[in-house]
Design a protein around this ligand. Structure first.
Ligand SMILES: [Fe+2]
Length: 502
């Protein structure tokens, strides 16, 4: 995102009345809903996107307004900004001077068109009795309806949706899910490569009514995983990128992240150095540290059998981010937070084959030196109550995290709750999943819950006694009926480092 856009947005956000909006040259529509994200104590990022009539004008003015009332009366703040084709007609407003721990409503207007009214919430300050987060990952359009998004949208007391990536997928139809029968064929129907491709894919996903409602009713805290660029990406490339036929990785990565920045309600300020890792403080109850285990500094993946897997120079976060994470954990303790939560992409808990090799070297298992450095820091500083929130693996997990969980009496250093895919399918379907699931249950003592079959999301509920994790699973992805069922409820109690039934 260019500096000029930030400068422009800042200077253009003036307090102007609706009447002072210049008459528009053409009609506009709000076809992609509204969204908010990156809440702080005193501010939150508001988002919308205008669909202009053709030919699109060079510059489109947009008014925003903010209220404490769901009817938008009275208005607390309003301002004027603008957008253009340079930003794919997306709009971001970083509204400041808000109260902590407060619910706000917002709306956009342009050329006599009004957006839906959105609802958002700032971070709480000081003593905070409760925190509720919807943990989401892996929302592949062709695989089925976004019932899980609809379910979390309906939660009245959610503080935020935490999405740990794979918000879109880069594939052509049938390459990963066939959306033909459901009218969910991905657009453009080709693998994404250019800026226009990635923009069109986001625009299509954001016409989904369930996804729109989840954005409209809750602030989101989002990081990307691999499919926002290309499968199994790392800092300098991806499994699903061939420079010989698809051009330089740096170009594809840059356009993919430009579209991500445009289409998601993320604040631009943390991205000046190209990094998205950032921290949110929910009073003294919890700190949520969001990581980039994908692009910021990840070394290339290695085969599971590689003798170089343990090379200490390899990192899943990059050494700069590893140092930052240690400083943020120490700062969270200093701040007096009870729970230290780490929101990130790929599963941290160990998952190994019968021969001891990692089942998925794209996870933290492929970067054991990185994991050991983090866990040794937690152990050396006796940091209690670390809760890791993960996705990517398209299945539901609860793991006790230790340096070597296969040793008896291994000391627990953290717990991990892993959300299933919103729609993306598990490791293997049917009987094979049953066999793998029984193998894991019999041989992985730190895995306290695993379900490889079902899609859905995870509801995280924290108070001063425990963090509870509830897995909600979709009844049917391919019927419009949005039924979900509660599959499992587990807790970790203060000071225990263990996972137990609620
Ligand atoms: Fe995924």
């Amino acid at each position: 995102m260019s500096l000029s856009r930030r400068r422009f947005a800042r200077t253009a956000t003036l307090s102007l009345s609706a009447a002072s909006l210049a008459p528009a040259q053409s009609a506009v529509r709000f076809l992609h809903g509204v969204a908010s994200g990156d809440p702080l104590l005193d501010r939150v990022l508001l988002w919308t996107r205008l669909t202009p009539a053709e030919p699109a004008p060079a510059l489109l003015p947009v008014e925003w307004s903010l209220s404490r009332s769901p009817t938008m009366d009275p208005i607390l703040q309003r301002g004027l900004t603008s957008t253009s084709a340079a930003f794919d007609f997306t709009v971001k407003v970083d509204v400041a001077r808000l109260e902590p721990g407060a619910t706000y409503y917002y709306q956009f207007a342009s050329a006599n068109a009004l957006s839906p009214i959105g609802r958002t919430r700032t971070l709480p300050l000081g003593a905070t009795p409760r925190l509720r987060l919807a943990l989401a990952a892996c929302s592949n359009l062709p695989y089925g309806y976004f019932h899980a998004y609809r379910h979390m949208a309906a939660l009245a007391d959610l503080d935020a949706v935490v999405h740990v990536g794979d918000y879109i997928y880069e594939y052509a139809n049938s390459a990963y899910g066939d959306g033909s029968a459901l009218g969910r064929v991905p657009l453009p129907d080709k693998e994404l490569l250019t800026l226009a491709d990635y923009r069109q894919r986001y625009a299509q996903y954001r016409t989904d009514p369930d996804l729109q409602e989840a954005h409209r009713l809750h602030p989101w805290i989002i990081v990307y995983d691999d499919h926002e660029t290309a499968n199994n990406s790392y800092s300098d490339g991806a499994e699903n990128h061939n420079p010989a036929t698809e051009g330089p990785w740096s170009v594809r990565r840059a356009v993919a992240l430009q579209a991500w920045n445009e289409w998601l309600p993320v604040r631009e300020q943390p991205f000046l150095d190209g990094n998205i890792y950032r921290t949110f403080r929910f009073g003294t109850l919890a700190t949520l540290i969001m990581l980039d285990a994908r692009l910021a500094g990840r070394s290339a993946q290695l085969p599971a059998s590689s003798p170089l897997l343990n090379d200490p120079s390899r990192s899943i976060l990059g050494h700069h981010q590893e140092q930052w994470l240690q400083r943020e954990l120490a700062a969270s303790v200093e701040h007096g937070a009870l729970w230290h939560m780490i929101g990130q992409q790929v599963m941290m808990g160990q998952l190994r084959n019968t021969d001891g090799s990692p089942l998925n070297p794209d996870q933290w298992d492929g970067y054991p030196a990185s994991r050991n450095r983090l866990l040794e820091f937690i152990a050396a500083n006796a940091i209690p109550n670390v809760v890791v929130l993960s996705g990517d693996i398209h299945s539901s997990w609860a793991n006790e995290i230790t340096i070597d969980p296969f040793q008896p009496n291994a000391a627990p250093l953290a717990v991990e709750f892993v959300a299933p895919g919103i729609t993306s399918p598990g490791i293997v379907e049917g009987t094979q999943a049953g066999i793998l699931q029984r193998f894991v249950e019999a041989t992985h003592p730190h895995v306290k819950y695993v379900n490889l079959f079902r899609r859905g999301y995870t509801l995280i509920d924290a108070d001063d006694a425990r963090v509870q994790s509830q897995w909600f699973h979709v009844v049917s992805l391919t019927t419009p009926q949005p039924d979900m069922e509660l599959a499992r409820t587990l807790v970790t109690r203060v000071g225990s480092g263990r996972i137990t039934p609620a």
